[in-house]
Design a protein around this ligand. Structure first.
Ligand SMILES: C[S@@+](CC[C@H](N)C(=O)[O-])C[C@H]1O[C@@H](n2cnc3c(N)ncnc32)[C@H](O)[C@@H]1O
Ligand SMILES: *[C@@H]1O[C@H](CO)[C@@H](O)[C@H](O)[C@H]1NC(C)=O
Ligand SMILES: *[C@@H]1O[C@H](CO)[C@@H](O)[C@H](O)[C@H]1NC(C)=O
Length: 246
């Protein structure tokens, strides 16, 4: 992918994510201008953020694309899913500055491993010192290449059926492919969390030519019928689907 395309992709994401705060959805607690008192209440009364995660969040807020960062309250929910299923092997598709990768790693046992997929080297450089500061650098394996390639490499290495948890949060055009590869990599009872499935509510009635909303809508409808999984679609953040492999 060229640098230009990456920038366009980032701007597109940022524009769409900025919309989230204005939409009917509750959105993310760190979104600029999101003063939803219910969300504030939720954060005030349930967030338990590791001090290094707080520092990483503050550092990420200095980045122009910080709206891409996962919400702390959503990361905590996924860390708790990791604890519930006793996950020790996870994959994150789209790491950005590493907030959620670190959050997952901190919820895992000593032998836990997070395979973090990211293509932008400056984001990886921001993330790494925080992984080290939290003492989690040995639990996070950053693969600096396209996520599809990483998933195919893992399968080629004989890792199919061995992962406990996958978080899909990168380029939306590949979501269906990421989902299929993730199912292959998961063990029975493993969990896939898919972010942005409501796309600021645009999936309800995708505009003609809005390919991203159409793709996400198609994926949502495919999962609803997919007998390989159990599922829940949550109105958390920009919409989060939880799929459990049968
Ligand atoms: C929404 S952000 C991820 C946020 C992150 N999960 C967090 O915890 O804050 C999406 C990320 O996916 C990355 N990305 C986009 N296309 C990718 C690809 N084909 N392979 C790997 N990463 C990709 C982007 O550079 C961006 O950092
Ligand atoms: C949340 O906490 C902040 C900081 O202490 C406070 O200003 C705000 O009023 C609180 N909001 C709610 C809804 O609890
Ligand atoms: C959780 O997983 C670890 C290995 O990662 C294992 O030692 C432990 O027994 C597991 N605990 C439960 C409750 O399954």
């Amino acid at each position: 992918m060229s640098a230009d395309i990456k920038i366009i992709l980032c701007i597109g994401l940022a524009v769409i994510f900025t919309d989230v705060g204005k939409s009917a959805l509750i959105g993310k607690s760190h979104s600029k201008g999101n003063a939803d008192p219910v969300l504030q209440y939720v954060v005030n009364n349930s967030l338990r953020e590791h001090p290094v995660l707080t520092k990483l969040k503050l550092r990420t807020l200095e980045d122009p694309w910080n709206i891409m960062m996962v919400a702390s309250e959503q990361a905590q929910f996924m860390a708790n899913l990791i604890r519930l299923i006793n996950a020790s092997k996870a994959i994150e598709i789209g790491m950005y500055t590493g907030y959620n990768a670190l959050s997952m790693a901190l919820a895992m046992p000593e032998n836990g491993i997070v395979v973090a997929c990211e293509i932008v080297d400056t984001y990886i450089e921001i993330a790494k010192p925080f992984f080290k500061e939290a003492g989690a650098e040995n639990k996070i394996d950053v693969w600096h290449q396209k996520a599809m390639r990483t998933l195919n490499d893992l399968i080629a290495d004989g890792e199919a059926g061995t992962y406990d948890f996958v978080f899909i949060d990168a380029d939306k055009s590949n979501y269906d492919r990421y989902y299929e590869k993730s199912l292959e990599l998961l063990r029975k009872g493993g969990v896939i969390a898919i972010d942005n499935v409501l796309w600021s509510g645009k999936v309800v009635n995708p505009a003609p030519g809005d390919v991203t909303s159409q793709n996400l809508d198609n994926l949502n409808k495919k999962l609803h019928k997919d007998q390989r999984i159990e599922l829940s679609m949550l109105t958390v953040g920009d919409g989060l689907t939880i799929a459990i492999k049968r």
